[in-house]
Ligand binder design. Sequence first.
Ligand code: GDP
Ligand code: IMO
Ligand code: MG
Length: 422
Amino acid sequence: MKVDVLLGLQWGDEGKGKVVDVLTPRYDAVARFQGGPNAGHTLEFDGKKYVLRSIPSGVFQNDTNLIGNGVVIDPVLFREEAEALCKSGLDLKKTLKISKKAHLILPTHRLLDAASERAKGDAKIGTTGKGIGPTYTDKTSRNGLRVGDIFDNFDEKYAAARQRHLDRLEALGSTPDEYELIDLEGHWLDAIQYIKEYDIVDGEFLVNDLLREGKSVLCEGAQGTMLDVDFGSYPFVTSSNTICAGACTGLGIAPNKIGDVFGIFKAYCTRVGSGPFPTELFDETGKLIRNLGHEYGAVTGRERRCGWIDLVALKYAIMINGVTKLIMMKSDVLDGFDTIKACVAYDIDGKVTDRFPYSIDSDLIKPVYKELPGWKTPMSAMTAEAQFPKEFNDYIAFLEKELATPIAIVSVGPDRTQTIER
Ligand code: GDP
Ligand code: IMO
Ligand code: MG
């Protein structure tokens, strides 16, 4: 068997959580492969809404869920998230497994994240403040603490990491208040004990054993391709590989074990935090999309920047990930528009290109738009492709041609049931 991978093609928040939940019953296991509590994956069903941060979106409909080695875990936030889910009736200690090789976010990583942002001033990345960058930095500089470490001489390893971080904070002019830090650490160390109650596994063996037994696995990405540390809008990116290759390194899966790659995108585009966004709308249309799409961060509540769909960036993302099937989200948000714009090329200094450039300076890039007629029909009550209005089918056909990839699923609302397969 092979694994299928579901990942975001834009700047995150495409609706990954919703679709992973919808697809979960078709798989024997669901595994998160990167990111951490910077993610906020929203699921809605039976009139209830859940936001998952580090826990795979398969937990509501599947008995085997893995937090892979590529994920970074904040024990305090993990505990908060897990306890809320357990309260709602899930038996996570039976259904959730955590890779020994996943790295731990320390309280001082969060302080370093804030200090680093302060030091950058106007050039700040607008991170989620969850300590993601400093934790992955420690991983690649070979200083990180892993979940497996909590069983072996942990106090000593923790003390060394803490001291290193305090030295770094001092260099950044951000020495923390001693009492505040002791308080943070108290909660963190309690949460480390809580994590021990979970099944801590060799994730790479778990996944490969499942495949050998003929079982199916869905890999859940976090963030989106344009936030990938190698191929995103660097340096305004997250610190992990959000792309398909991240599923290989973040779970221990060989490249030849990748099956379908589901690439998920909104019918328009959003971004949170700083950084270039060529199709961003600063006008009333942008505001309208934000209001209609409720484009506010699932965890932070931060306003999401909104704009038209960017096919230059999407084509690039499809190429990097080897997307086999596209999933279009939030079609219903564009219901009321007379016309819908799609960016088909960038005009950079008079040169028109449909290749995503090295330098993505929104001030220099003028999007070249194609305008299409809107469908002016409420999509959210639709249940089958046969009900789609002509203009909507035309929009889909246009995207499929431009992107040379089939759109397999269309989402017309936040609820699990508002999902149409083509
Ligand atoms: P993720 O991070 O990719 O899982 O996405 P988020 O949960 O951060 O953001 C997606 C938001 O859009 C959530 O509030 C979802 O409930 C909502 N959503 C998902 N699909 C649709 C859809 O088709 N239509 C509408 N209107 N909302 C949707
Ligand atoms: P999901 O999985 C949208 C953005 C932050 C910031 C940049 C770096 O819900 O799609 P970080 O805290 O990772 O160092 O921040 O990345 N970012 C996200 N934007 N959705 C996310 O996750 C994001 N996770 C990080 O806003 O610009
Ligand atoms: Mg999100």
